[in-house]
Every structure is written in structure tokens, then in C-alpha cells.
Design a protein around this ligand. Sequence first.
Ligand SMILES: *[C@@H]1O[C@H](CO)[C@@H](O)[C@H](O)[C@H]1NC(C)=O
Ligand SMILES: *[C@@H]1O[C@H](CO)[C@@H](O)[C@H](O)[C@H]1NC(C)=O
Ligand SMILES: *[C@@H]1O[C@H](CO)[C@@H](O)[C@H](O)[C@H]1NC(C)=O
Ligand SMILES: *[C@@H]1O[C@H](CO)[C@@H](O)[C@H](O)[C@H]1NC(C)=O
Ligand SMILES: *[C@@H]1O[C@H](CO)[C@@H](O)[C@H](O)[C@H]1NC(C)=O
Length: 482
Amino acid sequence: MAATKQLPAAAVFLLLYLAIRVRSASSALHEIHRGFSVTHDSSYTEFQPLLADPTGVFSLGFLRVDSSQLDLAVLHLPSTTALWRAQASRSVLWSASVSLSFNGGLVLSDSATGMLWSTATDAGERVVLLNTSNLQVVGSDAVLWQSFDFPSDTLVQDQNFTSTAALFSRDQRFSMRLGPSYLALFMELGGGAAPVMYWKHSALEAKGQIVPDEGPIYARVEADGFLGMYQKATLVDVYSFDSFNRRIAGLRRLTLESDGNLRAHYWNGSIWIQDIQAIADSERCEIPTTCGAYGLCKPDDTRCGCLDDSVQEGCLPASSGDFCGSGGSEFGVLRRKGVDLTSKDLMASQKVASLEECESACERNCSCWGAIYNNASGFCYQLDYPIQTLVEADDRKEGYFKVRTEGGSGGGEAVKRARVALLTVGSLVLSGTMAFGAYRVWSRRRMQASVDEEGLAPGPYKTLNSASFRSIELSNSLSDRK
Ligand SMILES: *[C@@H]1O[C@H](CO)[C@@H](O)[C@H](O)[C@H]1NC(C)=O
Ligand SMILES: *[C@@H]1O[C@H](CO)[C@@H](O)[C@H](O)[C@H]1NC(C)=O
Ligand SMILES: *[C@@H]1O[C@H](CO)[C@@H](O)[C@H](O)[C@H]1NC(C)=O
Ligand SMILES: *[C@@H]1O[C@H](CO)[C@@H](O)[C@H](O)[C@H]1NC(C)=O
Ligand SMILES: *[C@@H]1O[C@H](CO)[C@@H](O)[C@H](O)[C@H]1NC(C)=O
């Protein structure tokens, strides 16, 4: 079964690979000079090579992305992996009349809508693609622009990652940035909202200290198999990969992937071998989107449920913005015991006298989406972003969550809005064992739900819905979906 599914994929990959190899050998330049202009030829099905590096391993060209769009990209030809993408300001169809020109700066433009992207330089004399995959616009005596300073989702070996750059996952939902003494992953919220940190690696400073006022730190993937953090020439941290010091000759890359995880790989000559992932499979609950909006992640086996115990894929609808001003100030409240933040140590907190105090601070604050109160420590954590995945915890951690009600902005389709309206304010009182039971129930219901979706027998959802979860009634949620 699996083999028959993989075969066509492998064949397509091989054909694509061969097509790129053959055409790149015959048509790509090694240097671009002033006056250069080329229009996209859509007879190329996946990639139109324009500029090759001296080794023939990398190529700059028009790449087909997301099945129908076009972007300018630097490809690692043996794997057809895009190591860099221009990320044009507007999306443009593969069939559009797009051209790339060079008259001091590289300019990507669409004949219908104008400039899509440029290097914003005007004194360049030539463009070269180095054997590191770095694309450079070179002037009379200096490099004026290089793709290494504008990474997309990937860093390659020997590429300096500075605090002025950020890595974004392909879907733009996650970013990686450098702080004064650490490297961190963030969930992007869009709309000018501050991103939310969910993973942080602080420099250990074992070999060298970070000296204040000695300039910002930067990071670089090294051939020896680690991500080094440096201040000037001083190595202040070694984040080692599995192949650390194993003398791997193949190209290394570090990519922020669309599941929010950061992974290193090396090329073994025929495939990319995964070398490390920042967040282990067993810690997937730490990625705030793992179980979606209002999701609940069980740390033992990273299984997903919902804060409101609903059985729908996606739990309650995702929201955006806040409750201040015109965005809509009405909300319902969902309470749940036994939940905690995934990355509490990265969040601000305040000590309060009681759960009530924690909740009312959030209730009164229009930028607050929810709060977690720790009855053991007395700390109150306020979430100032739309609720994402929380993690199951012991009963001393109590959650209070705002849910946008009908008429508020954000939210999804009408069906989902109807569901929110059904949500009644309630409080779940679950013992630890009951919460565990809920997961078992949940996975059975989920199985049943998927059977149902395939048009087989409708399942007895109600009977599976344990009486202890009755305080939140979502009685029509399943028929709503139809
Ligand atoms: C890449 O180019 C540099 C000089 O520009 C050279 O020293 C190095 O050996 C080259 N590497 C490969 C793999 O060709
Ligand atoms: C990376 O930074 C080091 C140290 O500042 C510098 O010597 C090197 O040229 C930089 N590499 C690139 C590709 O910019
Ligand atoms: C790369 O790894 C794959 C899978 O482990 C292996 O089959 C292949 O032989 C390796 N290629 C080289 C050139 O070592
Ligand atoms: C409201 O909540 C935000 C985010 O949690 C916080 O930064 C702000 O200080 C709070 N405002 C008040 C008045 O408590
Ligand atoms: C919270 O803490 C108080 C005082 O320490 C205790 O009396 C109460 O039972 C705790 N509540 C829960 C749900 O653990």
C-alpha cells in the first residue's frame, strides 16, 4: 500500500530532477551583467534556471511554488530544495509574464503589476552565484547585496545569521530571531502584534563570554556539525548536531519548517539526512500551534484534544486581534482545570492572592485573551494573544479563556460561529484521572468522527460524551458540521 503510493512520487521527483539537470546544463549563465533581462518561459514546468554556480550544484531561477505561483529562488539542484527565495511582495502566477532584469540591481517584475522584488541596489556591475549558494550583486570594489543577508526559511553552512535578519517558515507562521544572548523561535501573529516566543536557546558561554557593548551576537552553521553563536570572533555557544565532529562532507542546512520546528540536515550525496530538531517529537506540545486554537496537548504522547472537549477538528475557531476598541469586545468564557502554558518560563507573570484575582485582571483587560493561575505558586500568567494550544497539567493549574462570541470580528465560517454561540459559560472540574480518561474518550471519538466523515455509520457521540464534561454544552456541534 505504502510502496504503491511512494512510487509515483519518486518517479515525479526523478523526472523533475532530470529535467532540471538537463536544462540547467544547457541554458544557465555563470555571471549576469548590466543590460541583462529575461522573461519567464512557462514551457519550463517547475524551474527555469538563469544563473549557475561554478560547481553546478546550485542554480538561481524562476521556481514554481505552491503548485501555481512563481518565485525567484536559489535551488540545490541534486535535491531540488529551495535554499533561498526572494519572497516577492505579491504572489504571482507561474503563467504570468514575469521578468528578471539587471541594471545595477536585480529586479523581478510582472508586466501587468510592476515590480515584485528587487535588491534595491543601483551600482552593481555583475551578479554571481557562489559555490556556497550565496547570490551576490557585486560593484566595482565591494559586494553590494547578498542573499545570505536575506534568508527565507533556511540557513546554509557558512551563512552568518545576524540580529537584523529573521528566518520565516514557508507559511510565515513562525520565525527565528537572535536576541542579545540567545536564539529563539516565535509564533507570528500578524497585524503588527508582537510574536510569541516558544523556544529559546541561550548561549552557554562555555568557551567565551558575551561582553556587553562589544556588538551583537550572530550565528552560523559550521561544517563540523554545529550551530555556533559568536560575538565578533569569539565562540560563545556550540549547539551541536547529531553528526557533530563526524567529518561529514555534504552540505548542511538549518530550516525553520512549517510545523514550527527547526531542523538541521546534511546532504549525504543522495538524500537529506536529518541531523537535529530543536523540539523533540516527545516535546511537540511546546509548539503552540500543535493542536491548533483552543487545543489541548497531552505531554506524554503529544496527542491532541480540545480545551472544551469538543470532537471537531480545530476545536473552537481561531481568532485574531483583541477585545479593545472596534474589533468587538464581547466574549464568552471557558474555564478548565489542569491546563498550563507550553512555555511558561518565557512569559511574564505576576503573583496574585487568588484565582479570582487572576481571572478578573484578565477579564478587565481588553488585550488579555486568557490567564493561567497556578494555585501552588500563586502566579498568574496572562496571555495577550489569541488562545493556541495549551498543555495538560495537574489540577492546581487553572485556565480562564475568552472566546469570541457572535458579532465579534475574527473567527471562521458561519458554522463555527454558530458553535461559539452555543458555548455556555461554565467551569470544568476534572480530577487527574478524569482528564486522562477524556483523552482516551477523545481518541475513540476522533476515530469515530473519521469513520463518519467517510460516509460510514454515524457514531454514538453523545454516549461517548462523559457526564463529567456536561458543564460545557456543545450539543449541536456535530450536526453543525454537516
Ligand atoms: C568554493 O570556492 C572557494 C573560492 O571561492 C574555494 O576555495 C572552495 O574550494 C570552493 N569549494 C568548492 C566545494 O568548490
Ligand atoms: C561572516 O562573518 C564573518 C565574521 O564577521 C566574516 O569574516 C565573513 O566574511 C562573513 N561571511 C559572509 C558570507 O558574509
Ligand atoms: C544516503 O543515505 C541513504 C539512506 O540511509 C543510503 O541509502 C545511501 O546509500 C546514502 N548515500 C550515500 C552516498 O552515502
Ligand atoms: C493588560 O494585559 C497586557 C497583556 O497581558 C499587559 O501588558 C498590560 O499591562 C495589561 N494592562 C493592565 C492595565 O493591566
Ligand atoms: C488551592 O490552594 C488552597 C490553599 O493553598 C487550597 O486550600 C485549595 O484546596 C487549593 N485548590 C486546589 C484546587 O488545589
